[in-house]
Structure formats: C-alpha cells, structure tokens
Ligand binder design. Structure first.
Ligand code: ADP
Length: 302
C-alpha cells in the first residue's frame, strides 16, 4: 500500500482518537516508517551539496531517471518567493507543487468544520497545529496519488522541527532549498502581494529599489503586474497586513529557523540568496540546481 494512503489513515485515526500530540506523532511514525526503507537512495548529499558553486541535485536527478520523481522542500521567510520558484520548478520538472498555505486557505474557504478555527489562527499569523497540517497534507498527497502524481515540491512544510522529523520518518527528502532575501524586501513583498480571485495567480505591486550603501550592493525587484484579464479581480490575503506579516516573520525565526539546522546537519540544505527579481534569480537558481539544460530542452520542445 502506498505511503500516502497509510499516512492519511494513520493521521485520521490518531487525530480522531483524540490522542495527544506526542502519541499522534509516535503513532504516525510507527505506522509509516517501514515504508520509508523502500525509497532508500544513493544520493550523497555531502558530495553533491557541499560545493555551493556545483551543489546541484545530480544524485536526485540520477535517481529520478531510475523511476522516482524529485521530493524537494522549499524553506524561506514569508514573502521570499517560495511559491513563485516552487511553482516554476514544478512546471519544469513535472511534479506537483504542494503549498500547505494553499491547503489551509482552501479549507478556510470551504466553510468546513475547521474553517472558523483556522481563520482565527491564520489571521493572527500563528501556525496551525501539526496534526491539522499533517492531515491536510496527507489528504492532498493521497488525492494526488489517486490521479497518478509522483514526487513533489513542498512549499511551507515542514515549518517546525517536529514536522521535519515526521516527514523524515515517512519518506526521503532529496533536497531542501532555503531561499533567502534581504530583510528590507520581505515586508514590502508581502504587503505588495496580490492574488487573482478567479485564477489564483500571484502578482506583486511592490517596486523594491534598495540603494547601495556601506559597501552593500543595491537591489532592484520590479513589480510583477497581473495580465489584463486579472487586473480587476485582485485581492489581498487577509494575513498580509503589516502587523500580521511582522508576527509571521517572528514566528519564522522562532519555529522554522531551527528546521534549516535540521536539514543542514543532514547535508540536504542548499542555501540560495536571491540576487533580485525573477529575471536575475531564476537563471541563477537553475544553475545552482544544474537544471539549465532542462529549461533549454523544454523551451526547444515548446
Ligand atoms: P507565508 O507567506 O507566511 O509563507 P503560507 O501561505 O505558507 O504563508 O501559510 C499561510 C498560513 O497557513 C501560515 O501563516 C500558517 O497559519 C498556516 N500554515 C501553512 N503551512 C503551515 C505549516 N506547515 N504548519 C503550520 N501552519 C501552517
């Protein structure tokens, strides 16, 4: 039986039995760990990731050609652009982009039983409980598997060390890309974010122009305007207010920064400093991932 089906059932059984956090996680790990051995890999993160100029995912891509798609994670502060780059890589590699923030927003919009509880948490910039987020993620993975999906690029999960431990217990993560952007730009990017209420497209009205000073280079990030058909349908996320973004940044430091160390100590973390907007950053990210050829082939085939 597939890992995701077990994951979902175990999560549901454990959460509906009103178990404590610890027993829920222990139950999940006990239920799922036998299956993680089936995806053991020859990926050597020490060799592949230590050299920042040639970190690449050679091991991962080799393994992909043996029949398994990539299983990557995006880490990074609110506003850094995880969704933008995860979605582009998902198109390039043909694996689903799964953003737990989107799963939470879908649940909120559904007016289901969790909706009002989630609304309060999200609008205060706090984290949803590990049990709820794992349940939402398990269901999403299970639905994807039923449609024949394999591999994933996770965005927004894991966000706590406990979530990272659980993920590590249930499957092999090949690579964790830690996106970094100058702090001055993060708040402006969140406040400038706009979403098309019809197609869900993400745009940004902020024009970030940080001048060079004290030996630090300047940085320019052009706005990302919507296409004409979306322009009159833009909405702002209710948690993208200054107060809530600052709270989310504080929570990132306290709860998610340690997740970087978790993966760093396992040799899986690729640090990537965004040099500016998409035109400068995307080619450099592809280069860091040794994927330039992929994009060339895809454009040639288009
Ligand atoms: P951000 O822009 O802060 O990265 P997301 O869109 O990823 O925001 O998530 C929105 C909200 O959904 C978070 O502030 C949090 O309340 C909830 N959320 C998303 N992923 C997780 C997670 N892995 N654990 C707990 N809460 C989460």
């Amino acid at each position: 039986m597939a890992v995701v089906s077990r994951c979902s059932r175990a999560a549901t059984a454990a959460t509906t039995a009103n178990a404590t956090t610890a027993t829920t996680f222990a139950y999940l790990i006990r239920s799922l760990s036998p299956f993680s051995s089936s995806s053991s890999s020859t990926f050597d993160p020490q060799n592949d990731l230590n050299n920042r100029n040639k970190p690449a995912v050679l091991g991962t891509l080799k393994r992909e050609s043996k029949g398994r798609n990539v299983q990557w994670v995006f880490l990074g502060c609110p506003g850094v652009g995880k969704g933008t780059y995860a979605s582009r890589l998902s198109n390039l590699l043909g694996v689903p982009h799964i953003a737990t923030g989107d799963l939470v927003r879908d649940e909120l919009a559904s007016s289901g039983p969790l909706s009002s509880q989630l609304k309060e948490i999200v609008t205060q910039g706090k984290l949803v409980s590990d049990e709820i987020i794992i349940d939402l993620l398990s269901k999403r993975l299970e639905a994807g598997e039923a449609k024949g999906e394999s591999g994933f690029i996770l965005d927004g999960f894991p966000r706590t060390v406990r979530q990272a431990e659980i993920l590590e217990g249930v499957t092999d993560i090949d690579l964790v890309i830690n996106l970094k952007l100058r702090e001055e730009a993060l708040l402006a990017k969140c406040l400038g974010r706009r979403i098309c209420r019809e197609c869900g497209g993400n745009y940004n009205v902020a024009c970030i122009d940080i001048k060079a000073e004290n030996g630090r280079p300047g940085m320019y990030m052009a706005p990302l305007p919507p296409p004409p058909q979306c322009a009159s349908k833009l909405i702002t996320r209710p948690d993208d207010t200054e107060e809530v973004v600052k709270q989310r940044l504080r929570i990132y430091q306290a709860m998610t920064r340690p997740v970087e160390d978790f993966y760093r100590s396992r040799g899986k973390l690729l640090e990537f400093d965004l040099p500016g907007g998409i035109p400068e950053s995307w080619p450099k990210l592809l280069c860091a991932l040794n994927l330039e050829d992929r994009e060339d082939k895809q454009s040639a085939a288009a």
